[in-house]
Design a binder for this molecule. Structure first.
Ligand code: ADE
Length: 236
């Protein structure tokens, strides 16, 4: 059994996921902290056109992705992590909204499979089938109340939110405690306080005196106040 978290992405546009080779995620993969596979859904089709969609039952505009290639692709990637539970993430604007809390929860999953739907989405029987299948858990996830062309960008967003939280991925893990949505005030999460770096004056704008005071108690107090007012005044 693999000790690291494994991520498999199924898509009709594997190149869309090429940013996974860069920066934080690319380094984490090269260091063996995670395993990532990107899979072309069309590899599971039999006809010459590589058809992955069809018209919706009941009529209506657009096309729906067919269950059969998805079922084959999901079964095949499940075999890449045979000893752990598979969490199937179906990307859809109708899904559970991504939050920092959900990203933290998903760090616990040893095998995440991302199903990137396009068009009008995937035949719902994929979610229904795997929700009942042994060794699978299914979650429909949205990254916000707007409609993208497909689940690929949403997958990149979710993977980055998860992977940066995994042990060893960020050099100084304490930086994760003081960022937006991780600063807790009572029951509610706050957005981050503002940051400054050198020089002390830039285009006439000065760094607040308190940050130069060396008084850690006062600095912490000021930062908490700033985080609270930014959270309160953030446009809804
Ligand atoms: N696919 C299309 N729009 C989406 C969204 N907002 N979140 C996740 N997947 C999507």
């Amino acid at each position: 059994m693999s000790k690291v978290n494994r991520f498999d992405v199924i898509t009709i546009f594997p190149e869309y996921l090429s940013p996974l080779n860069l920066s934080l995620i690319g380094k984490a993969k090269d260091a063996g902290l995670i395993e990532i596979g990107v899979h072309d859904l069309r590899a599971q089709t039999n006809d010459v056109h590589g058809s992955v969609d069809d018209t919706p039952y009941g009529g209506g505009a657009g096309m729906v992705m067919s269950a059969e290639p998805w079922g084959k692709a999901i079964d095949a990637v499940a075999e890449l992590a045979p000893d752990v539970e598979h969490e199937l993430i179906v990307l859809t604007p109708a899904g559970q909204k991504l939050t920092q809390e959900l990203a933290v929860e998903l760090t616990k999953s040893k095998h995440l499979i991302f199903a990137c739907g396009r068009y009008e989405g995937i035949d719902i029987r994929i979610s229904d089938y795997y929700a009942r299948a042994n060794g699978f858990k299914v979650r429909e996830v949205s990254i916000g109340d707007y409609v993208l062309g497909g689940g690929e960008v949403a997958t990149l967003v979710i993977m980055e939110a998860i992977i940066r939280l995994l042990p060893g991925v960020i050099g100084n893990p304490s930086s994760l405690d003081e960022e937006s949505h991780s600063i807790i005030d009572g029951d509610s999460a706050l957005v981050e306080y503002p940051n400054y770096t050198k020089p002390k004056v830039w285009r006439g704008l000065e760094v607040p005196d308190v940050l130069l005071s060396g008084n850690h108690g006062e600095i912490a107090k000021w930062r908490l106040e700033q985080a609270k007012s930014r959270t309160k005044n953030r446009p809804k």
